[in-house]
Write a protein that binds this ligand. Structure first.
Ligand SMILES: [Fe+2]
Ligand SMILES: [Fe+2]
Length: 336
């Protein structure tokens, strides 16, 4: 979009409509774009319909549309946000080039895209599918690298319903939120390396990878688990760890998340019954975040707990790192 185009558009129009760029236009089906398209009429200073979903654009209108987009005259309605979010979620890198999206719209798109990709990966945890999640996670780290505090808008949108993918997205986002706040000085001084940040991000989102090896009827069982079922579940950190090599995910940040997220400072966790500082700082971070995120959603065998109450509960529990639980508590207090 050119600077001129923005100036020509009256104030207020951006509230209702969203100006699309050539990159976005190219991502649509050429003949049948997925949502209504509007044209800004300079002579009357208003938008008018250009294309309605269900029609088919002719070759001439497609060419004309491309020109109009370049001139900054083409808009979609912000009411079509849900359709747009779904559409762009398949090409997440577009959020990095699009200057017209609002921060909250970008946050919705990330949540949708990452949940969808993780769901696909957990259904089929093989290298080709991992590559897709990985590249979307790298879009997220690129977006945050430019301004780490962008994580705040994402952290306000955690899922309220449970599924393995939603839980993993919640843990990834909240884990990053806590990490970014905890390490704000290191970020400012440039002490956090990009590789570390990338791998930590992947680790937080993949911490429950081993759960994909646990039969769904055990994972989603609405009744208390039998001893045998419990011992199967308890294997998921080790099962996840064993999957990392084949998936080309053998990094210490990811290993720590996968192996240590059920360890507790008191030594009462699993699988290695590590205690105190034997648990890495990443392990202590994901342990608290994981429990908090599990509590705030309705699970097959437990009701959701109010975020502030859940934060208070983990803060009282000696199994978690108090620095992290205090951080979660003060963050939860800012929620509406
Ligand atoms: Fe777990
Ligand atoms: Fe988890």
């Amino acid at each position: 979009m050119s600077a001129k185009a923005r100036m020509d558009v009256p104030e207020g129009l951006n509230e209702e409509f969203y100006q699309i760029s050539s990159d976005i236009l190219q991502s649509f089906n050429k003949f049948r774009p997925p949502l209504d398209i509007f044209i800004f009429k300079e002579d009357v200073g208003r938008v008018a319909p250009y294309y309605k979903v269900g029609e088919r654009l002719s070759k001439e209108r497609i060419d004309m549309l491309a020109e109009l987009v370049k001139e900054g005259l083409i808009f979609v309605s912000r009411k079509d946000h849900p359709v747009y979010v779904k559409h762009i979620a398949y090409q997440l890198d577009l959020v990095l080039v699009d200057r017209n999206l609002k921060e909250r719209e970008i946050a919705d798109i990330f949540l949708e895209a990452l949940t969808m990709r993780l769901g696909e990966f957990f259904d089929q945890p093989v290298p080709v599918v991992k590559e897709k999640v990985w590249s979307d996670l790298m879009v997220l780290t690129e977006y945050l690298w430019n301004d780490p505090y962008r994580i705040k808008a994402l952290a306000r949108r955690l899922h309220k319903e449970h599924s393995l993918a939603r839980h993993s997205v919640n843990c990834g986002i909240l884990g990053l939120n806590m990490f970014i706040h905890q390490k704000s000085d290191s970020f400012a001084k440039g002490e956090v390396t990009r590789n570390h940040f990338n791998r930590l991000t992947a680790g937080l989102f993949f911490h429950d990878l081993g759960m994909t090896k646990i039969p769904i009827f055990i994972r989603e069982k609405p009744k208390p688990l039998t001893t045998d079922e419990r011992s199967k579940i308890d294997k998921h950190p080790m099962l996840g760890f064993e999957m990392l090599g084949k998936l080309d995910l053998k990094y210490k940040e990811i290993e720590a998340c996968v192996m240590e997220h059920h360890e507790r400072l008191t030594g009462k966790g699993y699988p290695q019954k590590k205690s105190g500082r034997d648990i890495s700082s990443i392990g202590r971070l994901i342990a608290a975040v994981d429990s908090y995120c599990a509590m705030i959603t309705k699970r097959p065998n437990a009701e959701a707990i109010d975020p502030k109450k859940a934060a208070a509960l983990i803060a009282q529990d000696k199994g978690y790192d108090p620095e992290i639980t205090r951080g979660i508590q003060s963050w939860a207090l800012t929620l509406k």
